[in-house]
Design a protein around this ligand. Structure first.
Ligand SMILES: *Cc1c(COP(=O)(O)O)cnc(C)c1O
Length: 447
């Protein structure tokens, strides 16, 4: 039996969900996935427009990934990763470090995005401690940033929605006003500005320098923070400022990595190699949970000592380096290489951006349409002219999401933002169909 729609029968407590909503909107009982489509038990198809929370790259049940995982499953499904290595982990290290920006030479594995962030924060601080600077234990983060929901990660989340209710439970780090290209206080545009908005970050680094271990940001797009986008020049400035101050630049590419912003990694667009890069989500093509932290020789060397010096990095998860997940990641990276995916994506990205703009530009409730690579967001306001948002209690975005489900697209909203972040295997015809469904759903709600 599925969860029913009554309180008594709801055994499964879903994430990011007010369970009472399920009285009116019972969870869709998904049965299978194929390519960009999800199919429910009744056989209804839905375009997975947000890649199942941004993880799927090459479609559901991708045969190449399925084959790699299946082969691995009957060989070695899991093994302790301390004192042990295995072929999928070795191949993953080879492949990832080969495509990572020069300077990133070491890989630490974990099993979900939040835990990669935890590992990076701990590693950053511990490396300074090992070098005789235990006082360097603070982190700067951007307002509106999101880095996962475990306690350490929440400490660097600017996102009111996720962090505020749990403030008593975690160590709050130092928030810095982030870039706001939608309502730029300098009256500039993202394409042509001089990232004047970097000034508060510059000032904060100077003010806290001695206590700082690092600065953590989501490069180019603050995804969970309503798909807010900012220019690469901000990252180049951040690289220069952190290097000058002797603190770490931690790039959380969990959502934007693996081609989402058009380049393999978002930091490439700024030519800025971070000291830590956190990766997850797309790493297995959306097949299995896996994450990693890439870092530098300098960081690695801070821990590389005789045992009795007591400087090892202590952090572990039971499923660290799971061979099935690593095999899925290797298959995913092979697809990138074999199909020249980053180049092949360019035309589709342009098509998606155009398709959404053509339909939504000029529509009376559109406050903003913005794109970075595969990510295109349409922000809806009650009155864009007066910069007046909808009353959040009306749940306009949520209603649009429900209307889109009826029309065959899974377009889960972020507040009153309808956004597109589809798997890379979507065709141009399917992009057009998706954009049509989105506009119809918006019109059905805002008629
Ligand atoms: C999703 C996400 C995380 C957290 O990853 P989980 O696997 O959900 O724990 C962290 N940072 C960013 C930028 C994310 O988008």
């Amino acid at each position: 039996m599925a969860n029913g729609s009554g309180r008594e029968s709801m055994r499964i407590w879903h994430p990011c969900t007010q369970m009472k909503d399920h009285e009116s909107y019972p969870p869709v009982f998904m049965d299978r996935g194929q390519g960009i489509y999800l199919f429910d038990r009744e056989g209804n198809a839905y375009i997975d427009a947000i890649s199942s929370w941004w993880v799927n790259l090459f479609g559901h049940a991708n045969p190449r990934i399925v084959a790699a995982v299946t082969e691995q499953l009957s060989r070695l499904e899991h093994v302790i990763f301390a004192g042990v290595t295995h072929a999928p982990a070795e191949e993953l290290a080879d492949r990832l470090l080969k495509i990572a920006m020069p300077g990133l030479s070491r890989i630490f594995l974990a099993d979900n995005g939040s835990c990669a962030v935890e590992a990076a924060l701990k590693m950053s601080h511990a490396s300074f401690r090992n070098l005789g600077h235990p006082e360097k234990c603070r982190f700067l983060f951007l307002s509106n940033g999101y880095h996962g929901e475990t306690a350490g990660a929440l400490g660097v989340c600017g996102d009111r929605l996720y962090a505020a209710p749990f403030k008593p439970l975690f160590i709050e780090q130092i928030e810095v006003p982030g870039p706001d290209c939608l309502f730029c206080p300098h009256g500039k545009a993202r394409e042509t500005c001089d990232t004047e908005c970097f000034a508060p970050m510059d000032a904060a680094i100077a003010a806290h320098k001695d206590a700082l271990a690092g600065v953590i940001v989501e490069p180019l797009v603050q995804c969970a923070g309503n798909m807010r986008m900012y220019p690469p020049a901000y990252l180049a400035k951040l690289r220069r400022a952190t290097t000058a101050a002797g603190v770490h630049f931690i790039a959380d590419e969990i959502a934007v990595g693996f081609g989402r912003t058009g380049t393999m990694f978002a930091c490439e667009q700024a030519g800025a190699t971070p000291d830590f890069m956190c990766l997850s989500k797309g790493i297995t093509g959306g097949t299995l949970p896996l994450s990693c932290v890439l870092t530098t020789d300098a960081v690695f060397d801070a821990f590389y000592h005789d045992y009795v010096d007591d400087k090892a990095f202590l952090h572990s998860h039971s499923y660290t380096g799971n061979p099935l997940a690593c095999a899925a990641a290797c298959a995913t990276l092979r697809i990138f290489e074999d199909d020249d995916v980053i180049n092949a994506n360019k035309a589709k990205i342009a098509h998606l951006q155009r398709a959404v703009r053509e339909r939504f530009a000029g529509y009376r409730h559109v406050m903003d349409i913005r794109s970075t690579g595969w990510i295109t967001a349409v922000e809806l306001y009650a009155d864009p002219g007066r910069k007046e948002p909808f009353d959040w209690r009306k749940r306009i975005g949520f209603q649009i999401y429900q209307e889109a489900i009826k029309r065959g697209a899974w377009l889960r909203n972020l507040g009153d933002i309808v956004y597109f972040m589809p798997p890379y295997v979507i065709t141009e015809a399917e992009i057009d169909k998706l954009a049509d469904i989105a506009l119809d759903a918006v019109k059905a709600v805002l008629k």
